[in-house]
Design a protein around this ligand. Structure first.
Ligand code: FES
Length: 97
């Protein structure tokens, strides 16, 4: 059975990601990668440096929802502020970006 023409928004892991300051919402799926990759592909300008979870430059406040990390995060940036280069949405989310 072919998935050609399938609605990508129908992916079982599809999540709505809203970038509040940019007033933009898009649908994330696992092939979109990290929240940083997804933001860039969605036209959202995000600061970054290492892209490997080391520097914290890519951090953004999570305003609503839950995210998960590809590896254990170093949570030293305070509540709600998370590294977008090594995380992905677990639920529909709103980022302050
Ligand atoms: S870009 Fe360095 S932690 Fe994300």
């Amino acid at each position: 059975m072919s998935n050609a023409g399938a609605n990508p928004d129908a992916h079982p892991l599809a999540r709505s990601v809203s970038f509040k300051r940019s007033d933009k919402t898009a649908t994330w799926t696992p092939k979109a990668g990290s929240l940083l990759d997804f933001a860039e592909d969605s036209g959202i300008a995000m600061d970054y440096s290492c892209r490997s979870g080391e520097c914290g430059t890519c951090s953004a406040f999570l305003l609503e929802g839950e995210i998960a990390f590809y590896s254990d995060p170093d949570e030293k940036f305070g509540p709600g502020l998370h590294k977008t280069c090594c995380s992905f949405p677990k639920t529909d989310i709103v980022l302050d970006a």
